[in-house]
Design a protein around this ligand. Structure first.
Ligand code: ADP
Ligand code: MG
Length: 323
C-alpha cells in the first residue's frame, strides 16, 4: 500500500516554474503579475454523481481540470495555478494499481497544455472524490461577468452543444446512437476542451459570459438573472453535431441540446457593433461562434422553433438538489 506521502511524491509532485513555492510546504506561494486580479474557482467531482465509478482515470484527470479551466475561460482569465484534493478508496492506493498513474497523466497533459502549475492539494482516504481549485489572472476590472448583458446584445455560443449529454443518454440506454455517432460524441463527455483561448480574446468584445456546464437554458438563465434582462433564442440557429441533428426532434435530443449540461462551451453577449470582430475571431481560432439570439428588457427566456412557435421543455438544466 502506498502512503499518502508516496502518492504525492510519485504522482503529483512537479516543479512549479510559475509559482514562488509549489508543493511541499504548508502552503504554496504565488505572485500575481502587476495590474492583474486573481480569478479563483473550484469544482468537486464525486464518484457516482458526476462520473461512473469505473470511469477511465485518464479522462477523469483531464476532465477534473478541464471543468475548472472552463470557469477561467468564462471570466476571460488566464489560468495559472491549481490545487488538487483527492479522497481515494484504498484499492486505488495499492502499489500495483494503475489508477493514479493514468489519472495524473490525464491531469498533467492538460495542465501542461495551458502552462498551469499544480501547487498543492490534499490526499485522504474516502469515497472517490476529486476537488480542483484553479487560480488565474485577468487584467484589473476587465473580467467577463454574468451581469454585463444589455438589451440589444447579440447572444453567441462557441462550438456546438448537446454531444456530451447525448453520449451519456446513449450510455444510459435512453437513446440509441450508431457506433460512429457514439465515437463522435463521446470525446465531448470524457475529454471536454475548455475554451480558454476564446475567453481571453473576448475581453473587450463580450459584455457578459458564462460557461455552459448545466445546459444552455440554465446557464443563459444565470446571465439574464444577473443582468436583469430577458432573451429570445432561435432553436434552428443553435449549432449541433450531425448525430444530434439526426436524433431531433426526439424530446430527449432537444433536452440534450438545450438543457443537457457538460458542454463547456461559452455563451456570451456582445453589442451588435462587435459582430465583424467576433466573426474574425472565430476564423482565427478555427472555432465556430454562432449568433443564436438577442438580449431584451424585462425578464424571461423564450426559445423559438423554425415556425416561430415557443419551444417548451420539462426541465431547464441540471440541479443537484432538485427532486
Ligand atoms: P499538510 O499536513 O500541511 O496538510 P500534506 O502532508 O497534506 O500537508 O501535504 C504535503 C504537501 O503536498 C503540501 O504542499 C500539499 O499542498 C501537497 N499535496 C497533498 N496532496 C496533494 C495532491 N493530491 N496534489 C498536489 N499536491 C498535494
Ligand atoms: Mg493535508
Amino acid at each position: 500500500m502506498l502512503s499518502e506521502f508516496d502518492i504525492i511524491q510519485r504522482y503529483f509532485y512537479r516543479a512549479a516554474p510559475g509559482a514562488v513555492l509549489g508543493i511541499g510546504d504548508d502552503a504554496a506561494l504565488i505572485q500575481p503579475s502587476a495590474g492583474m486580479e486573481l480569478a479563483i474557482s473550484t469544482d468537486v467531482l464525486v464518484s457516482g454523481q458526476h462520473f461512473f465509478a469505473d470511469a477511465d482515470p485518464r479522462g477523469l484527470g483531464h476532465k477534473s481540470l478541464a471543468v475548472n479551466l472552463s470557469d477561467m475561460a468564462a471570466m476571460g482569465a488566464r489560468p495559472r495555478w491549481a490545487t488538487l484534493s483527492l479522497a481515494l478508496p484504498t484499492n486505488m492506493a495499492r502499489e500495483n494499481d494503475k489508477w493514479l498513474e493514468a489519472f495524473s497523466d490525464g491531469f498533467f497533459n492538460l495542465a501542461d497544455a495551458y502552462q498551469v502549475d499544480l501547487i498543492g492539494g490534499d490526499t485522504t482516504k474516502g469515497p472517490l472524490t476529486i476537488c480542483v481549485t484553479i487560480i488565474g489572472e485577468v487584467a484589473r476590472g476587465k473580467a467577463l461577468r454574468r451581469s454585463g448583458a444589455r438589451s440589444g446584445d447579440d447572444i453567441w455560443i462557441s462550438g456546438h452543444l448537446g454531444d456530451a449529454a447525448l453520449a451519456l443518454a446513449h450510455q444510459q440506454g435512453h437513446i440509441a446512437l450508431e457506433p460512429r455517432e457514439i465515437d463522435a460524441c463521446l470525446p465531448a463527455l470524457n475529454m471536454p476542451t475548455p475554451r480558454v483561448g476564446l475567453g481571453q480574446r473576448l475581453i473587450g468584445l463580450a459584455r457578459s459570459a458564462i460557461d455552459i456546464s448545466d445546459g444552455l437554458l440554465a446557464d443563459l438563465g444565470h446571465i439574464l438573472k444577473c443582468s436583469k434582462a430577458s432573451a429570445i433564442i432561435s432553436l434552428p440557429d443553435i449549432n449541433c453535431s450531425a448525430p444530434l441533428r439526426r436524433c431531433l426532434p426526439h424530446p430527449l435530443a432537444l433536452k440534450c441540446l438545450l438543457a443537457g449540461g457538460d458542454d463547456y462551451e461559452l455563451c456570451f453577449s456582445a453589442a451588435r457593433s462587435k459582430r465583424a470582430k467576433i466573426e474574425t475571431l472565430s476564423r482565427e481560432l478555427g472555432l465556430p461562434l454562432t449568433r443564436v439570439g438577442k438580449i431584451g428588457m424585462g425578464e424571461g427566456l423564450v426559445v423559438l422553433d423554425a415556425a416561430g412557435d415557443a419551444v417548451t421543455l420539462e426541465t431547464t438544466g441540471y440541479d443537484h438538489f432538485r427532486a
